[in-house]
Design a protein around this ligand. Structure first.
Ligand SMILES: [Zn+2]
Ligand SMILES: [Zn+2]
Length: 119
């Protein structure tokens, strides 16, 4: 089963309000910022869409569906090599690398016979 545990701040707010009806959005949002600064959650930003929050803070990569916005985790074993290559090209001192695959999730591809890409 793939994990799909990347809520937006408003989803977290909705969930928090179920348990703490008086809680304000600002409180939730500030807590998230605090958790992020403490390295306990990871904030993922995709362009101008709402940030998603990730409880998995170990390095990993993401695939996002252009159609439904589904976000799944994966880990590319070669990412460390890619980071070195990117560092050489940019002349940056590498700290971390995060890959985002954009495309269409299996649900959105439906019964189509696929992209022609084989594993
Ligand atoms: Zn999709
Ligand atoms: Zn993730």
């Amino acid at each position: 089963m793939e994990r799909d545990d990347h809520p937006t701040a408003s989803e977290i707010f909705e969930a928090a309000r179920q348990r703490l009806p008086g809680i304000s959005y600002a409180t939730v949002y500030n807590s998230l910022r605090y958790l992020k600064d403490a390295g306990l959650v990871y904030e993922i930003k995709f362009g101008d869409s709402a940030s998603r929050y990730d409880r998995e803070t170990e390095r990993h990569d993401h695939a996002i569906c252009n159609d439904c916005g589904k976000l799944v985790d994966f880990d590319l074993p070669d990412a460390a090599k890619l980071m070195q290559a990117a560092a050489r090209k940019s002349r940056f001192k590498p700290d971390s690398v995060h890959l985002t695959l954009r495309g269409r999730c299996p649900d959105c591809c439906g019964g189509e016979s696929g992209t022609g890409l084989q594993d």
